[in-house]
Ligand binder design. Structure first.
Ligand SMILES: [Fe+2]
Ligand SMILES: [Fe+2]
Length: 396
């Protein structure tokens, strides 16, 4: 008996998931880069949440592709499409970047997911329907956030940039590979290609001021000490920034997806720790006002491998002994709100040190050096960077 075709066959589905995976991964890379350049800390925090959303989507797609006949997850994406999407990272401003990614590229991805979902057969494509029903609302929420953020943005530059990205995408046939595409368009004029900044970009609410050293903080009366400690939490935006620079570079380092996946989690944890600071400072009638960028700047002068070591096995290990006493102090003082944040920070940090060591071991598999050698080399880098003047691992 002959029947009409319905639903997606394994090959077609693998192709569609591969295209979507390319956009999700590229979105992770671009958000990590712009996390460093977007001036408002609220935007940085939101980009952090979205980056981890996209990491979830990419992980589900990788998992699905691994279990699908013909589902090799390494993307074979048409060059024109690849160029249209990757080009957006070079946007001339924060508004142009967000408009290009969230109001051009992500809506194209959303339409693509919806088509996959609408045609999916409830039984044959059940896995895919389940996955897409989780992804779609998150993507809708991201696009809505950007529409609100840019509601009053009338800048010609950002609108021109977004239309140029949209034309490139249309000329490439979009994610569907539409064949009725118009003739190729020129890429938008490029002024400055994206680079990782040597200092984290902030607007003028966040000054470059020192954070109170730990010993001095411990001498303060409780209420004052709490405020200073939540400034330190907000300051963890420096750790999120080191990870953003690691993530941005990781895509060119031929590392396994599982490693990028872990660092998106580590990154999001640090974004949340910084958010703990903003939330608690506001409850205490204050607001984030400073960032000490010393440690971020040091990290940017180290190679990829040593930067991971510096963050996880030098800095995070150095702060670890403070976690338990701080948690207990808040409990003894009856400060439940502060204790809640200290509790989750402590819990997250234990994973960071352990996984950092595991990934370093993985990166050193074909290397004559071991983790202990890299720790030594990292300290030598630090000595060179600071001219030997750093008497302690951290100034705060
Ligand atoms: Fe942290
Ligand atoms: Fe951490």
């Amino acid at each position: 008996m002959k029947t009409e075709p319905r639903g997606w066959g394994a090959f077609e589905l693998a192709d569609r998931h591969r295209s979507a995976l390319f956009v999700e991964k590229e979105s992770i890379r671009q958000q990590s880069g712009w996390f460093l350049r977007a001036p408002a800390w609220e935007t940085k925090h939101r980009l952090g949440y979205h980056l981890y959303n996209d990491s979830d989507h990419a992980d589900w797609l990788v998992d699905r592709l691994t279990n699908l006949r013909g589902g090799n997850a390494r993307a074979t994406i048409p060059t024109a499409l690849m160029e249209a999407v990757t080009r957006n990272v070079d946007a001339p401003s924060e508004a142009a970047f967000i408009r290009g990614l969230y109001l051009v590229i992500k809506p194209e991805l959303l339409a693509f997911y919806r088509t996959t979902l609408e045609t999916a057969d409830p039984a044959a494509n059940a896995f895919d329907r389940r996955m897409l029903r989780r992804i779609v609302p998150e993507l809708e929420e991201q696009i809505e956030w950007a529409s609100h953020l840019l509601a009053d943005d009338a800048s010609e530059e950002s609108h021109d940039w977004a239309s140029a990205i949209a034309s490139l995408l249309t000329a490439a046939g979009g994610l569907e590979g539409r064949t009725d595409r118009p003739a190729a368009t020129d890429a938008p004029p490029l002024r400055v290609p994206f680079t990782i900044p040597s200092s984290i970009v902030f607007d003028d609410r966040i000054g470059e001021q020192p954070i109170m050293p730990h010993d001095r903080k411990m001498e303060l009366v409780f209420d004052k000490a709490v405020a200073e400690q939540f400034r330190v939490f907000f300051n963890e935006i420096y750790a999120a920034s080191i990870l953003a620079s690691i993530l941005y570079q990781a895509f060119d380092q031929n590392v396994p997806w599982a490693m990028i996946r872990w660092f998106t989690r580590h990154f999001w944890d640090e974004v949340r720790h910084s958010q703990f600071g903003a939330v608690r400072l506001s409850e205490l009638g204050s607001a984030p006002d400073r960032c000490d960028q010393t440690l971020y700047r040091n990290s940017q002068q180290m190679p990829f491998l040593h930067r991971i070591c510096y963050l996880t096995l030098v800095l995070e290990k150095h702060y670890m002994p403070r976690k338990k006493p701080r948690f207990e102090l808040y409990g003894n003082e009856g400060d439940q709100r502060s204790q809640l944040f200290a509790d989750h920070d402590w819990s997250d940090e234990m994973n960071h040190v352990r996984n950092g060591r595991d990934w370093l071991e993985h990166l050193l598999e074909d290397d004559a050096r071991g983790v202990a050698d890299i720790e030594e080399e990292t300290m030598a880098h630090l000595e060179r960077i600071t001219g030997g003047s750093a008497t302690a691992v951290s100034p705060f």
